[in-house]
Design a binder for this molecule. Structure first.
Ligand code: AHR
Length: 825
């Protein structure tokens, strides 16, 4: 086969032949009972999912703790810190500085000292990329203040645009400040709608004072105090999730220190008593305003069972010895007591004090996140002695809470068939899959042959993360839909699943794609979101076996004829490259003059025969000038790492920023190598990863040989990888059925992952159809996406189908479509 890149640019040619989809369903031919906990959600504080996202707080850096990831408690006692203060500015001639003494309480690390020289001056907060003011609503303001010199006057709070042209809300609060911290509250009635307001706090005379924990809440989901942003919580509620896994993900593990992990006890109680922590994994600080209690409350409010992921004494970059994790086990038991204990228990009483006397009913604990990979000896993949850690938690949990289901980790990368590699008892194992659309569609039958009888499976994280386009396209959703049908069919073994991740604030995206995208005032679901929503809302109680056949018009893909380029890249790393050599069909083509290369990202400098990249860009990439029209070529280069996070990337097959491959040497934090293929959004790994760590200051010889769709990579003359590019075009139809004992409906799911269209007939036995309704998610192209400005370009539409015969339902299968046919009898 000629090398072909079936990407966003591929053009489909459809040749018309007779087409038909036939689906045969016998209501008496039953499969397993449907798991009552399909489908759920996985909530992680990633991409500002909490602060600046689901958490309704409108003031960014309300406690003056954000900013430098290195800022430590009382780092410079007495001396005010006058560096820029994240999200805060002065108004007029006032000045402001952080102070670290005389604080509100032990949880606070900083307060803001403000000096006013004239009436009308003050401070301003820009919110999370703007504050959304909505006319007619009343926002709740609170802040703490004190003044060692005494201050008597008024403070006026405003919501207004940067230049003050429009003012959406205003309230004046008389204050008499003393040297003791006092809390002030006020309501702000919004008179104008504007999504990009700022918050201001202005004084009516000169003086100085300190403020802390400045908080502003709009009305929240279900009117909970310290609650959730309504539009985002409603998106979750509309999914009708049966469970909610929280609070991560890597967020549970933390990075660099156990202090940067989610420690639930620091996240409960009044907001001013929560220290917050550095969310190093995802690059910002979190206030822990959504804390353990709020997660449990949210789960209850959306009708989901809570599933809490606990830390097993491992964080990214370190761990406590496995024989010394009793405090982590106790932390987990205390969380269970907080959630489930009666009010006579210490933590049960605390829960009641925090507003929820009834137990929350926490029935699922996941023991660790992605902590059972392969490197049990050096913990380079956060897996130190996982089984030994796991069993300590399992035994302690089961001894006190025998009804709690314990979920264990299995390999989260490097294999398509992760297994529980020990003899300890486990209720469920958590599998994670981030792959391309075709990988998912090809695994419709993955669980048909899964061994039954030992434990059940929770697919806790899955999503298309390559070839998803920009924000998440329909192809991604189609692949996932097919996989979900396979999980439904195997409900006796796969009992739970959840897509990942959910949220992204468009202003600080750390992970793509995510199924709900938002800014301060807009929100959209990707096609994947709608698939999750549709499947969750259209699942019966009993699997019914579904026989189906299809004949579709042939769909051919054209080859991407654009020339290849080679290039070099790095990821958060300062690297030196030299002696670049390109051989096309065995003949050398000169590319050694780095001055002629084109930089697409990063800081590249040609110096003394070397090409040096010094930025921390991820990636930093540069391309050689030569157009390569041949399909066979070799690219050699010498590489040396000076400093930074990772190793080297040698780029081949580059056609545009979404279509290329690279030999990634010591990527993933300088731990492993692989060959990755970018093809229409994201990258997929083409081989099983190999352990690799590069040394600083040492030169490595790297070579990539391209021959059609075959890529060979070698390092220092030794072969490292021999892989094939993946042909990723999907085609075909998939069908599955569940019967709903409550509504007495047959719910048939039909997914067409390709460009063809065909009439479909559902033949029914032992079931008399009276009416039928089709719910369809489709678009003209699998590469179509939603956007914040066009959020429902791809969204479900419903139509009633005419039922002419009791044993037949017909409809048209559209290209690129998810079809749910609810047939009532
Ligand atoms: O979902 C995003 C991340 O992917 C999660 O934090 C982690 O568990 C996985 O690696």
């Amino acid at each position: 086969m000629k090398k072909s890149f079936l990407s966003a640019l591929a053009v489909m040619a459809v040749s018309m032949t007779s087409a038909q989809v036939t689906i045969n369903i016998d209501a008496n031919d039953k499969g397993p009972q449907v798991s009552p906990v399909h489908y759920g959600i996985f909530y992680e504080d990633i991409n500002h999912a909490a602060d600046g996202g689901l958490y309704a707080e409108l003031i960014r850096n309300r406690s003056f703790e954000d900013g430098s990831m290195q800022r430590h408690r009382r780092a410079t006692p007495r001396k005010p810190i006058s560096a820029p203060i994240e999200a805060w500015n002065t108004v007029g001639n006032s000045s402001m500085a952080l102070v670290t003494e005389g604080l509100l309480n032990e949880a606070q690390h900083n307060a803001l000292a403000v000096t006013i020289t004239k009436a009308g001056d003050g401070i301003q907060n820009e919110g999370f990329w703007g504050i959304n003011a909505v006319k007619g609503e009343t926002y709740k303001l609170s802040f703490w203040a004190k003044s060692t010199q005494g201050y008597e006057g008024t403070l006026t709070a405003l919501l207004q645009t940067e230049g003050g042209q429009s003012c959406a809300a205003k309230v004046t609060i008389p204050v008499r400040l003393t040297d003791k911290w006092q809390k002030f509250t006020a309501e702000m009635k919004v008179d104008e709608t504007n999504p990009k307001e700022h918050f201001e706090l202005l004084a009516d005379k000169a003086g100085s004072f300190e403020v802390d924990v400045v908080s502003l809440f709009p009305p929240t989901f279900k009117n909970r105090p310290n609650g959730m942003r309504r539009d985002l919580a409603q998106m979750l509620e509309a999914m009708h999730p049966r469970f909610m896994r929280f609070p991560g993900g890597c967020f549970v593990e933390g990075q660099g220190s156990p202090d940067n992990a989610f420690r639930w006890k620091r996240t409960i109680g009044p907001i001013e008593e929560r220290p917050g922590h550095l969310n190093v994994n995802w690059g910002y600080r979190t206030s822990d305003g959504i804390g353990f209690h709020e997660y449990l409350q949210l789960a209850e409010d959306i009708g989901a069972k809570p599933l809490f992921v606990v830390n097993v004494g491992i964080w990214h970059g370190g761990c406590d010895p496995y024989e010394q994790i009793q405090s982590w086990v106790q932390e987990c038991l205390d969380a269970l007591e907080y959630a489930n204990g009666d009010t006579s228990t210490h933590y049960g009483a605390l829960r009641a004090k925090n507003g929820h006397p009834e137990p929350f009913g926490l029935e699922y604990i996941e023991i660790g996140n992605e902590n059972y990979n392969f490197h049990m000896d050096d913990n380079s993949d956060q897996s130190d002695h996982y089984p030994e850690r796991y069993i300590q938690f399992y035994q302690a949990i089961k001894a006190k809470y025998p009804y709690v289901k314990c979920i264990g980790n299995v390999e989260s990368w490097g294999t398509d068939s992760p297994t529980w590699r020990n003899n300890y008892p486990v209720d469920l194992v958590d599998e994670h899959y981030y792959r391309n659309p075709k990988w998912f569609a090809d695994r419709f039958h993955k669980y048909d042959s899964y061994e039954r009888g030992t434990h059940q499976v929770y697919v806790g994280e899955y999503a298309v993360t390559s070839q998803f386009g920009d924000l998440g396209n329909l192809n991604a959703a189609l692949g996932e839909a097919v996989y979900m049908m396979g999980m439904e069919n195997n409900s006796d073994v796969v009992v739970m699943n959840s897509y990942a991740p959910i949220f992204v604030n468009e202003n600080d995206a750390r992970w793509r794609p995510d199924m709900i995208r938002f800014n301060a005032h807009q929100v959209m679901g990707t096609p994947s979101y709608y698939v999750q929503q549709l499947f969750s809302n259209n699942i019966g109680t009993q699997v019914v076996k579904t026989d189906y056949t299809y004949q579709l018009p042939e769909v051919k893909a054209t080859t991407d004829k654009r020339p290849d380029h080679v290039g070099l890249a790095s990821w958060g790393t300062t690297v030196h490259y030299k002696d670049a050599q390109l051989l096309v069909n065995g003949k050398e083509v000169s590319i050694s003059d780095f001055g002629k290369w084109t930089t697409s990202s990063g800081e590249w400098k040609a110096q003394q025969g070397e090409f040096v990249q010094t930025s921390t860009a991820e990636p930093a990439m540069t391309l050689a000038p030569t157009d390569i029209k041949a399909t066979k070529y070799s690219f050699r280069v010498k590489a040396m790492k000076e400093s930074g996070d990772e190793g080297f990337m040698v780029v081949v097959g580059y056609k545009d920023k979404n279509v290329y491959q690279w030999y990634n040497v010591a990527g993933w934090g300088n731990t492993q190598s692989n060959v990755e293929q970018a093809n229409g959004g994201g990258r997929m790994q083409l081989a099983s990863a190999k352990r690799m760590k590069v040394e600083n200051g040492r030169w490595y010889d790297l070579q990539v040989d391209v021959d059609g769709d075959n890529i060979k990579c070698s390092i220092d003359g030794e072969s490292d990888f021999d892989v094939k590019l993946q042909n990723s075009m999907m085609s075909g139809v998939y069908a599955s059925t569940t019967f709903d004992e409550k509504s007495n409906e047959m719910i048939v799911k039909v997914v067409n992952v390709g460009a063809a269209t065909a009439p479909a007939t559902i033949n029914l036995a032992n079931f008399q159809a009276k009416s039928a309704r089709l719910i369809r998610l489709s678009s003209a192209s699998g590469e179509d996406e939603n956007s914040l400005d066009n959020p429902t370009r791809i969204a479900p539409v419903t139509e009633d189908l005419k039922v002419k015969k009791q044993d037949k339902v017909t409809f048209q299968v559209q290209p690129y479509s998810v079809n749910i046919i609810r047939i009532a009898q």
